[in-house]
Design a protein. Structure first.
Length: 229
């Protein structure tokens, strides 16, 4: 845990050397994703210190998804067009639901005088991006592009199970089966065994270091050597 903490501090210290073009969407999204890696890392540290075992896999899933997007974008700036397609697709889902004026959680959006203009804007943008060959990508395709299919089919599966409260995860979180395996206890705030979080923290440390190396290499700060990979 201390090594991971030092890695976060080092990332923040070296971040002052990251110079980027705010008007360039590639730079903007790349920096924002790197910021997500740093902040998710910090959250993982705090959750592990507080032994909040239920939340750690959920946060780690978001961390891993951010890393996959970051890696893809760092290696190919055109990947940003897929991100833009997803952006418009998700906004359309919300805006078209708001247009129906039936969802009480979307009353404010539904009453916006420019709602129809926003809907048309995202429709046009999504149509153009698809015509240019940039579809919203599934999680599998994102991992595949990043060369991380094995991670998708293993650790990511477990993280999604935790996020979606799959029975497999519910058993692991709350059930203690007796030695004879003929009875069980259901326990809230189950004690975490020593070292339970180590594999999360060591994996996140490795990925954060890779991310730090890549961002400094891409933006040519000369500090990528501070993060050996």
């Amino acid at each position: 845990m201390e090594e991971f903490r030092r890695e976060i501090v080092k990332a923040l210290q070296c971040a002052e050397h990251l110079k980027f073009d705010k008007s360039h969407p590639w730079h903007r999204n790349l920096m924002a994703l790197y910021g997500a890696l740093v902040e998710y890392s910090d959250s993982l540290i705090h959750l592990a210190m507080a032994k909040k075992s239920v939340a750690i896999p959920v946060v780690f899933r978001s961390f891993l998804e951010a890393y996959v997007d970051f890696k893809n974008l760092a290696e190919d700036r055109r990947y940003g067009n897929h991100m833009e397609a997803s952006y418009s697709k998700e906004w359309l889902r919300v805006l078209e639901e708001a247009e129906e004026r039936k969802n009480p959680y979307l009353v404010g959006i539904g009453s916006d005088a420019e709602l129809m203009l926003q809907i048309q804007h995202h429709k046009d943008r999504l149509t153009q991006l698809k015509a240019d060959g940039y579809q919203p990508l599934s999680h599998y395709t994102k991992f595949e592009k990043a060369g991380m299919v094995e991670e998708y089919r293993s650790i990511y599966n477990f993280f999604c199970s935790d996020s979606h409260n799959n029975i497999r995860s519910l058993i692991d979180r709350f059930i203690i089966i007796d030695k004879e395996k003929n009875d069980f206890e259901l326990v809230f705030f189950k004690d975490s065994p020593s070292g339970e979080f180590d594999h999360y923290l060591s994996t996140a440390l490795h990925l954060l270091r890779n991310g730090s190396h890549n961002i400094h290499a891409v933006l040519e700060t000369g500090y990528e050597h501070v993060f050996p990979v």
